[in-house]
Design a protein around this ligand. Structure first.
Ligand code: PEP
Ligand code: MN
Length: 637
């Protein structure tokens, strides 16, 4: 049963309710949700719910209608995110687990691990105990295989998963694996489930060869009742009369299971099909069905593999598959789970960071001295390192992969309007949250090599916007100078410094002059002084709490889509107006992969939290997709 606690319950009252239930023989789990805090009480005993309802601090008691309780969505509304090392499985993520069917030898597992990691896998699989149909087939390397798998996982910074087939192996295996795998043939091996559950470790639970969804969820319940709440379900095809494929992939089970349970569900296209050519299309079908990931077999020499060669992908096929999954993710509102490699972070986070040994980095687009770098400095103190990125996409990738803790990206300019590229990228990165905003006044200087006079200047380099914004100055003071468009303002300053040519000048911000050892010949040459750019500070969801602005949260950014019928947008906007909430920005953008459908971006002045939470609930009901991009403190110049 679900015991819903009153908002104002005291810790003592909560302990009393918990003790009461435990004494009656229930297993009690506390779940803190967005709305309520509840105690889930499950067990063999049954009591009159009214005896619980009468306890101080209890709001109500609701029975769980399903035979599985701890695994049920009735008990826990929010998605469970399973954490395996640094990898998160569940929610909006698509995690790719890859590796051979079985660990065969050192070279094989190291080669495969390196290549799947390089292509985008975040976890490594590999069987050491193989439950084979024939007793004469390769049975796996046992503990030796686990040692090799762990070596490969450590070398390429991936947590590992491997199948456990016997309760007596559980303790030994717990020393090696990061996630246990329960194979299809053992889904109802209840003694094994109990023993594995007791470790409290993450478990990948394959669906049985002929298991109904309910039986599968009951197996998850065994694991949870024994002590783990970290269960990932895996659809791997079921037995049907069809012989064209090894099994029949039951894609429809994925959305069904996600409705019934809060646990993440992934798919195994390799065992589902048994045929290499079917693996990629079925992987995409699994992701399109809403799964939180795939587990796929990859082998460097599938033709010589000791098991499941015919269904193993070549490394190049796997690389292409990950690309395709990445392209598909935004269509289903997901993003590929990416975890930076330890060694790679240091290499890629830029020389700046390495030199100063700074642990926190903020990515921005542009070269050193750019206005975006000014925005980073406005947001953070000097202890935060910077990671200059060539493109906006690179900056998003840096923060998404963890190479940078933050990205600071322009979202709107008072003269040029919204920077659509960044809204679109934000839509493609559901794992990112807006944690703050900063505003930078764009003040252009005429930047030259030291000693240059105005009359020496024959050419002026800048971003087209920079040239346009300084038109009055250029027409008046440098009427004969040629204006040359450059890809960015600070880049133009870098160019002047490199050419060492006194006949050229750049229009950029003062920090660029300083950074490249140049001089500002004239300051503030922009025609319109009210030229501001507003930047979002983005971070991965799990890092969002780390950014501490002193100011109170007073702004919210939201995105949503509505159905294609008359008044649907109006109905949503009415909700905002009816609550007296001030909407400060509204934009619409096309949704990639969905022609003529639009995503709306809204910024609001944040009302009190209660009003905002109610507004969100009401908006969710009137929208097709709904996402709070972030709550943050508004920028003040
Ligand atoms: C495996 O993943 O190696 C395996 C044997 O899968 P299943 O249990 O789904 O057959
Ligand atoms: Mn296999």
């Amino acid at each position: 049963m679900i015991v819903i606690l009153k908002q104002g319950i005291t810790p003592q009252e909560k302990d009393k309710v918990r003790d009461f239930l435990t004494e009656k023989g229930f297993i009690v789990k506390e779940i803190v949700g967005q709305q309520d805090t509840i105690l889930g009480a499950v067990g063999k005993v049954s009591i009159d719910p009214r005896t619980v309802e009468l306890l101080p601090g209890v709001s109500s008691v609701v029975p769980i209608s399903k035979p599985y309780k701890l695994a049920s969505r009735e008990l826990k509304k929010e998605d469970t995110i399973v954490h395996v090392g640094k990898v998160s499985i569940g929610g909006n993520r698509v995690a790719v687990i890859a590796g051979p069917c079985a660990v065969e030898n050192y070279d094989q597992i190291m080669t495969i691990a390196e290549s799947v990691r390089e292509s985008g896998a975040v976890m490594l699989r590999g069987g050491a105990f193989k439950p084979r149909t024939s007793p004469y087939a390769f049975q796996g390397l046992g503990e030796e295989g686990l040692k090799l798998l762990k070596k490969a996982g450590d070398a390429f910074d991936m947590p590992i998963t491997s199948e456990v087939v016997s309760p007596s192996d559980v303790k030994m295996m717990a020393e090696y694996v990061d996630m246990f795998q329960i194979g299809a043939r053992n889904m109802q091996n209840f003694e094994l489930l109990k023993e594995v559950g007791k470790t409290g470790m993450p478990v990948l639970l394959k669906r049985g060869l002929a298991a109904t969804i309910e039986e599968w969820l009951m197996a998850a319940e065994y694991l949870m009742a024994s002590g783990t709440d970290q269960v990932v379900l895996c659809e791997r095809g079921i037995r049907t009369y069809e012989k064209a494929t090894r099994n029949t992939l039951d894609c429809s089970a994925i959305p069904v299971v996600q409705k019934l349970t809060h646990l993440p569900v992934i798919g195994d296209p390799s065992h589902a099909t048994g045929i290499r050519d079917m693996v990629a299309p079925m992987s995409l079908a699994i992701v399109a069905s809403g799964a939180s990931g795939i587990i796929v077999e990859v082998h460097n020499h599938p033709e010589n593999a000791l098991s499941d060669g015919p269904q193993s992908l070549y490394p190049s096929q796997f690389r292409k598959l990950v690309h395709d999954i990445q392209a598909l993710c935004p269509v289903v509102g997901k993003s590929l789970e990416r975890v930076p490699r330890k060694t790679v972070i240091a290499e890629q986070a830029g020389k700046e960071e390495k030199k100063n040994e700074q642990s926190v980095t903020a990515a921005f687009q542009g070269v050193r001295g750019a206005y975006s770098e000014l925005a980073v400095r406005r947001a953070f103190d000097e202890s935060v390192g910077v990671l200059p990125c060539h493109t906006f996409t690179d900056a998003f990738d840096a923060v998404s992969s963890g190479n940078a803790k933050y990205a600071v990206l322009p979202i709107e300019n008072t003269l040029g309007g919204t920077i659509y590229d960044n809204l679109d990228l934000l839509a493609m990165h559901p794992e990112l949250t807006v944690v703050g905003e900063v505003q930078v006044r764009i003040q252009h200087d005429l930047i030259v090599l030291p000693g240059t006079q105005l009359e020496d200047i024959k050419k002026v380099y800048s971003h087209p916007q920079g040239l346009k914004q300084c038109r009055t100055f250029l027409e008046k003071e440098l009427p004969d100078a040629e204006q040359v468009a450059f890809f960015d303002t600070a880049g133009a300053a870098e160019f002047v410094a490199k050419t060492k040519d006194k006949s050229i000048a750049a229009i950029a911000g003062a920090p660029a002059a300083e950074y490249y050892g140049l001089e500002s010949l004239r300051n503030g040459i922009e025609s319109d002084a009210s030229n501001y750019t507003r930047f979002y500070i983005l971070s991965r969801e799990e890092n969002a709490g780390i950014y501490r602005s002193q100011a109170p949260l007073d702004k919210a950014s939201i995105s949503f889509s509505v159905s294609d019928e008359s008044g649907s947008l109006m109905n949503v906007l009415h909700l905002i107006a009816d609550k007296g909430v001030n909407m400060t920005k509204l934009e619409s953008r096309p949704i990639p992969g969905k022609p003529w459908e639009y995503l709306f971006f809204v910024e609001l002045q944040l009302p009190d939290r209660g009003t905002f939470d109610t507004l969100c609930e009401e908006m969710k009901e009137k929208t097709v997709t709904f996402r709070v991009l972030g709550l943050y403190a508004s920028a003040i110049e």
